[in-house]
Design a protein around this ligand. Structure first.
Ligand code: NAD
Length: 234
């Protein structure tokens, strides 16, 4: 007989969006879309060359309009909808594919590509088009202060207190399409496990944190996530 779990926490990474056509973080050369992380994804890069960083995220934002959620995003939305217990979705992804698949209350710990904020006054809003240094902040009206709402390397991920709370209560923790290279997300498995969760890793290949999981489903997310969701829904 299968036991129903009351609380499932799912962490997703770039691998879940790969089959939608979005590049994962690191290819074999250690580059993201042909750029060094130090040139486009840290506050120092933005201070040094804001136009280059804005261009990078403008391209990613435009690219997002050309892709669709895949079977893995859809399966997780179904899990949230049909599972009798609580299903919390944490993502490191800055895309909006979980929302477009129908997921609710997604915690974007690394921010969202389709939002911007003012580094001066804190104004934050949705933003669909390109962003340039000459766009004035609609609130404080200064220029050169708006930036993508992305948590860069060296910055603190969003909503960590809430995340720790759900991880400590999780009965099942699943990590999908994440390499386990980026902390604090890479440490979530050990926290959930310490508090008694059963842990499962779903990935196209083994990762440097695979040893910390009880169970592994190895293969493309579109296949393996759909399979796992079927299993959870019994
Ligand atoms: P990562 O690129 O470091 O790792 C991707 C993982 O996904 C790898 O372990 C790889 O084996 C796996 N993978 C690749 N294709 C897969 C598939 N089809 N099915 C299952 N697994 C697959 O990504 P990460 O761990 O998420 O790195 C974190 C950083 O990447 C985050 O900070 C995030 O903000 C950023 N990022 C986000 C996006 C996005 O929003 N779509 C894209 C690129 C990078």
């Amino acid at each position: 007989m299968q036991t129903a779990h009351r609380s499932i926490v799912v962490l997703t990474g770039a691998g879940i969006s790969a089959e939608s056509g979005l590049a994962t973080f690191r290819d074999k050369d250690g580059l993201w879309e042909g750029h060094r992380v130090e040139d486009v994804a840290c506050p120092e890069a933005f201070a040094r060359d804001p136009a280059r960083v804005q261009r990078f995220y403008n391209l990613r934002r435009a690219g997002l309009q050309t892709v669709e959620p895949n079977a893995a995003h859809l399966a997780l939305a179904r899990l949230q909808r049909d599972y009798p217990g609580e299903v919390t979705l944490l993502t490191q992804n800055v895309d909006d594919l979980h929302e477009r698949a129908g997921s609710q209350g997604v915690i974007h710990m690394h921010g969202e590509l389709l939002k911007v904020f003012c580094g001066r006054c804190g104004w934050k809003r949705g933003w669909q088009g390109d962003l340039t240094g000459s766009d004035p902040c609609p609130s404080c009206e200064r220029t050169h202060t708006l930036r993508p709402d992305i948590v860069w390397f060296g910055e603190i991920p969003y909503r960590m207190d809430e995340i720790e709370d759900v991880l400590m209560r999780a009965e099942v923790f699943a990590a999908i399409g994440t390499s386990g290279h980026v902390y604090p997300a890479a440490g979530f498995v050990s926290l959930a496990r310490f508090h008694g969760a059963a842990t499962i890793e779903i990935n196209a290949q083994g990762t440097q944190v695979s040893g910390q999981f009880d169970r592994h489903l190895v293969g493309p997310a579109t296949v393996e996530v759909a399979r796992w969701v079927e299993e959870c829904l019994g």
